[in-house]
Design a protein around this ligand. Structure first.
Ligand code: COA
Length: 262
């Protein structure tokens, strides 16, 4: 792992992935994208890891795509540009579908793809210093790869405004439009993220993974008998699972379930 990214896994299974490309405001180029994707894939398949905290060092959370890299890609053909953009798409998808809870600790500004990363996380905490902007159109670009995640998070009405205006908006606005869940002072954002990560360890790991899949499966679907059947199937499977049985038994026996370590 290069010094642009660091991973720390504590004894409880909380992994902290920290963006550390300070001199570029944590902007990501092709190498960084591949490295981060493979780091996330490694965390996804590591049974010791139960929660991910995505954090950053330096003044910015992330300045999004590395503009030097974007400019360089103009000298490549269409096929290479497509393959290159697909790497970013893979990073977003990998983060979005990680089978563990993901918590973003946003200590500073996030631009373009940086907003995309945040939109792929389950919980987002930000400091008042953390401004946001989808700057792409100012640069003659569009927030294409991140759009499914950002639109899903903030909705069409807000996306139409912020994709077109490329204006900066505050953490308070980000919270109001659903990009950020809670605000905390800058030096406490990471503390809040870790405190939530610790609380999540009390929940069934398989249940949280299934709950996350459930949101993805159910969101934006019309409520019809097919969807009702699917939801019934999901709870039927969960309650007879080892974890479901252990959780229910522990509650009845007034003891902590076996996934809670003391
Ligand atoms: N890609 C590559 N390099 C970037 C970058 C990016 N997205 N954002 C910042 N940097 C680099 C700058 O080029 C500069 O490099 P240099 O020291 O070699 O000149 C360095 O980071 C510091 O940036 P600077 O603009 O001097 O710092 P600042 O504190 O005044 O402003 C930002 C920081 C992030 C607000 C500003 O650089 C910016 O607006 N960046 C573009 C962000 C963006 O639009 N991202 C979306 C891309 S789709």
């Amino acid at each position: 792992m290069s010094k642009s990214l660091s991973i720390e896994i504590n004894a409880s299974g909380i992994a902290t992935l920290t963006l550390n490309r300070i001199e570029r405001h944590n902007a990501f180029d092709d190498e960084f994208i591949v490295e981060m994707t493979s780091a996330l894939e490694g965390l996804a398949t590591n049974p010791a890891v139960r929660v991910l905290v995505l954090a950053a060092t330096g003044k910015s959370f992330s300045a999004g795509a590395d503009l030097g890299w974007m400019k360089r890609m103009a000298s490549y053909g269409e096929a290479e540009n497509l393959a290159d953009a697909q790497k970013l798409a893979k990073l977003m998808h990998t983060l979005d579908s990680l089978p563990i809870p993901t918590i973003a600790a946003v200590q500073g500004p996030a631009y373009g793809g940086g907003v995309g990363l945040i939109a792929c996380c389950d919980m987002v905490f930000a400091s008042p210093e953390a401004q946001f902007s989808l700057t792409e159109v100012k640069l003659g670009l569009i927030p294409a790869v991140i759009s499914p995640y950002v639109i899903r998070k903030i909705g069409v009405a807000q996306a139409r405004r912020y994709f077109l205006s490329a204006e900066r908006f505050s953490s308070t606005t980000a919270q109001r439009i659903g990009l950020v869940h809670e605000l905390a002072p800058q030096d406490e954002v990471i503390v809040l993220a870790h405190s939530w990560a610790t609380q999540l360890l009390n929940n069934g790991p398989m249940a949280m993974a299934a709950a996350k899949r459930l949101v993805a499966e159910v969101a934006d679907r019309p409520i019809c008998s097919e969807l009702n059947d699917l939801c019934a199937k999901r709870i039927a499977a969960q309650r007879v699972s080892n974890e479901g049985q252990e959780g229910l038994t522990a509650f009845i026996e007034k003891r902590p379930p076996n996934w809670v370590k003391h």
